[in-house]
Design a protein around this ligand. Structure first.
Ligand SMILES: Nc1ncnc2c1ncn2[C@@H]1O[C@H](COP(=O)(O)OP(=O)(O)OP(=O)(O)O)[C@@H](O)[C@H]1O
Ligand SMILES: [Mg+2]
Length: 350
């Protein structure tokens, strides 16, 4: 076959990027295609550069082109990220921070919501994605259960408009499904739901996009790690000794080969009890120093300790996260966490 651009594009339409379920041309991954006598060069735009798909897709493209135009053809493929290209709905998002835990009910959503508020109070632009398809809680915690996100259009593509509350841009899988119904979503559906929340929404310019993950390790975590450029993960735990195995599992999940998301550190939730009428008292009812012990054992920083305070639950139910209440000791604890997270993120990029 003689070499020309149209034929090259036609050939590349046979190369599938499985993470998005379509061919690389129709997905708009092909960039700056140059065709000369016996030589083809182009860039391929990927969500992130260290995903295994970069090699798989590049090799498949090379093979297809050689088969079509002959083994002698010189082929040069340069993979670049959507960010480098300055495009994709997440192009304006500087840092994605995942909030994870080994098991459920340790306070992940509480931490994610209050960290979002605290970061925003430091002057940052913040978004929050509730990616917990099994038990979305952001709508409840922000009092927007009855609201629905709007839609807009950019370059012919429909985009979801996040709901804004307390200065935070919010989206939850809870907006798209009936939360009263049990969700038995299998991998592909969970994955497509996450892609919608991240890639099909108009996030605009954000310093931080916080992601409240479901507990444990599953398709959501895998998709996030493979297809998005996550700055770092924060692991939430409680001080009970039995929690350590869960912390370790959560930590190793992000350290798997090729899926590495840097671990920013550990947050020890429910670290001690502080009675409402005695805000200076700290009762270490599950023992003292466990969070620090866990963090040291895994080799990550202990970002902060959040007390058990009745008000946390009540404020979560009332749709107004406690970090908004500047006076409360918990808000102060979350402000410290926010400053620490900022510092850790800054150190990562050094
Ligand atoms: N420090 C705290 N003090 C008091 N109550 C808390 C604290 N942290 C969380 N809670 C309460 O514990 C419950 C579980 O918290 P949360 O929903 O944040 O956990 P989770 O890890 O997101 O759970 P799930 O795995 O179900 O998503 C909630 O009712 C919340 O209000
Ligand atoms: Mg939760």
């Amino acid at each position: 076959m003689s070499l020309n651009k149209t034929k090259v594009i036609e050939t590349l339409k046979g190369v599938i990027y499985f993470a998005k379920g379509d061919n690389i041309v129709d997905l708009g991954m092909l960039d700056e295609l140059e065709v000369a006598e016996n030589a083809i060069r182009f860039r391929l735009i990927f969500p992130r550069i260290d995903e295994p798909a970069v090699n798989i897709v590049s090799n498949a493209a090379t093979k297809a082109l050689r088969e079509a135009f002959g083994e002698e053809t010189t082929i040069k493929i340069t993979p670049i990220t959507e960010k480098e290209k300055g495009r994709g709905p997440l192009a304006g998002v500087r840092h994605i921070i995942a909030v994870a835990s080994g098991k459920g009910g340790v306070g992940k959503s509480t931490v994610a919501a209050n960290l979002a508020i605290a970061l925003s109070r430091t002057g940052s632009q913040v978004g929050l994605v509730d990616a917990d398809i099994y038990g979305p809680s952001v709508p409840m915690m922000f009092g927007i259960v009855d609201e629905a996100p709007g839609m807009t259009e950019r370059e012919g593509k429909p985009l979801i408009v996040p709901i804004e509350k307390f200065g935070i841009k919010l989206l939850s899988i809870g907006f798209f499904v009936d939360t009263n119904k049990p969700l038995v979503w299998r991998g592909p559906m969970a994955t497509s739901a996450l892609n919608q929340l991240l890639s099909d929404a108009d996030w605009g310019i954000l310093d931080y996009l916080i992601i409240d993950l479901p507990p444990g390790t599953g398709d959501i975590q895998l998709t996030l790690a493979q297809s998005y450029s996550v700055t770092g993960a924060v692991v939430v735990t409680t001080p009970q000794k039995v929690a350590f195995a869960d912390v370790r599992r959560a930590a190793t999940m992000f350290q798997q080969d090729k899926l590495t998301i840097p671990l920013l550190g550990l947050i020890e939730n429910m670290a001690y009890f502080t009675p409402t009428d005695m805000p200076d008292k700290k009762y270490y009812i599950f023992g003292k120093g466990h969070g620090e012990g866990f963090a040291n054992a895994i080799g990550i920083p202990l970002i902060g300790q959040i007390p058990i305070v009745e008000q946390i639950s009540a404020s979560g139910d009332a749709g107004s996260p406690i970090a908004l209440d500047e006076e409360s000791p918990v808000a102060i604890a979350f402000m410290e966490v926010a400053y620490k997270v900022k510092e850790l993120v800054k150190n990562l990029s050094k």
